[in-house]
Design a protein around this ligand. Structure first.
Ligand SMILES: Cc1cc2nc3c(=O)[nH]c(=O)nc-3n(C[C@H](O)[C@H](O)[C@H](O)COP(=O)(O)OP(=O)(O)OC[C@H]3O[C@@H](n4cnc5c(N)ncnc54)[C@H](O)[C@@H]3O)c2cc1C
Length: 411
């Protein structure tokens, strides 16, 4: 069986669904392939910075987001060993929304995917893109699913939004770097949800621990999310200390032990669902100005999760790329035009996101090294305003550039 489309998007995370919605709104025939059935939980801190909420409105999911998401994030904190420091979250001065909010990824991703269907995107789920052959204007995409016949889809343009925590499909013409050897400093990410956690509504504490960092927040319906990244060597030590426990439970015990603030917030809490984990993470830029596929979201590049900007980068990278692609009809897309879009997108992407990636790397290393984290705590105690400044630099007051996007209409 074969189906032909203008653009095929691999992966229905925030980047892929946003991309599919925007291209469909521009009149393109879009297919979106997602390997998992929804709703599905995902490792993520689930905070969405204020500057993106207008973009969610434009994508057509704002109303539901505002009805369900957790309280506005109006305070930021630094939790380190026995230290808890709190400061006001700086408001996003431009645009209609001043503060970010948190929403479970099983809800956010399902809302965006439903919207994609509404605007006419052809959704293939749960099916996995296994390989892609061909070239711009005529790709052949092999799609597989458990117990289902292999399908061939055909597309003029390919958008890779498969994230970064799983091996992506093999795409002819793409450059693949050498396999990176395991290192003690590799990061593994964990997330769990809790009911009845004693976390103040609207408080977003950053957890700084020896060999790990994380965050906690109250999302929809009073449900808390605890997410963290932990070094490979620290994780091994946690597991050795709790040999009977699962990896998630060992990490939870470590967080409670190392950071009294976490212990207090979880004292009367009950975990909802299992701990999830992914890794190793590979923060960095994966964008290629000459690749076959256009990459958005984590597939293009990933910042250390400490600053909680991955969903912003996923949505915003789609919002940058979609108008560049849609500036000419899909049928007129040739290799020369593709190369030009690749160049302009790469320049815009680097300008928008590389400073955030660099800053996140600095914050992450500072948080995971106790002498540095203690020194940072000392400075923050003396000048609490520095915490606001750090949040501002991390992007919490930045408004997504969306003036060039047309709001999508239902099909
Ligand atoms: C611990 C932690 C905490 C975080 N906290 C925050 C936070 O608070 N705020 C924030 O903004 N960001 C946060 N992030 C980052 C954020 O989760 C990611 O940046 C974001 O999920 C990237 O979105 P994406 O759409 O690029 O990829 P993903 O969300 O990873 O989506 C990719 C999709 O592609 C699908 N897929 C993969 N391969 C295939 C295939 N071959 N065929 C079909 N489908 C495929 C996957 O199933 C998946 O649904 C955090 C990350 C971590 C690790």
């Amino acid at each position: 069986m074969s189906e032909v489309c203008d653009a095929l998007v691999i992966g229905a995370g925030p980047a892929g669904s946003a991309m599919a919605i925007l291209l469909a709104a521009a009149g393109w025939r879009v297919s979106l392939v997602e390997q998992h059935a929804f709703p599905r939980r995902k490792v993520c801190g689930e905070c969405i910075a204020a500057g993106n909420l207008e973009l969610l409105d434009r994508l057509g999911v704002g109303q539901e987001f505002h009805a369900i998401a957790g309280p506005e994030l109006r305070q930021v904190g630094w939790l380190n060993a026995a230290t808890t420091l709190v400061a006001d979250m700086p408001a996003c001065a431009a645009g209609p929304y001043a503060f970010g909010r948190a929403l479970g990824r099983e809800i956010l991703d399902a809302l965006l995917l439903r919207r994609a269907r509404e605007v006419g995107v052809s959704v293939w789920q749960p099916l996995q893109v296994r390989s892609v052959a061909g070239t711009i204007g005529a790709y052949r995409v092999e799609v597989v699913g458990r117990g289902q016949p292999t399908r061939q889809l055909e597309t003029r343009i390919l958008v890779d939004a498969h994230g970064s925590w799983e091996r992506g499909p093999k795409i002819t013409g793409e450059e693949y770097g050498a396999r990176v050897p395991n290192r003690a400093g590799d990061l593994f990410a964990f997330k769990a949800n809790f009911l009845r956690a004693a976390i103040r509504p609207g408080f977003l504490p950053v957890l700084a621990l020896r060999g790990a960092y994380g965050g906690m927040v109250l999302g929809e319906f009073g449900r808390a999310t605890l997410a963290c990244c932990i070094r490979r060597d620290t994780l091994a030590a946690c597991r050795a200390a709790e040999p009977q426990a699962t990896a998630g439970a060992a990490v939870e015990a470590y967080l409670r032990r190392e950071c009294s603030g976490v212990g207090q917030m979880l004292a009367g809490a009950e975990r909802e669902g299992a701990w999830l984990s992914v890794g190793p993470l590979r923060p960095g830029v994966r964008l290629s100005a000459r690749g076959a596929a256009f990459r958005v979201g984590n597939a293009a590049g990933e910042s250390h999760p400490l600053i909680g900007e991955g969903i912003s980068m996923a949505l915003q990278s789609a919002a940058v790329l979609a108008p560049l692609l849609a500036a000419r009809p899909a049928a007129a897309f040739d290799a020369t035009w593709a190369a030009d879009v690749h160049r302009r997108y790469a320049a815009a992407w680097r300008g928008a996101f590389v400073p955030r990636l660099r800053l996140a790397a600095i914050y992450a290393h500072l948080a995971m090294r106790p002498p540095l984290a203690r020194a940072a705590g000392g400075l923050l105690r003396r000048w609490p305003g520095l915490l606001m400044t750090a949040a501002r630099f991390a992007g919490k007051t930045r408004r997504a550039q969306i003036s060039y996007l047309k709001p999508p209409e239902p099909a």
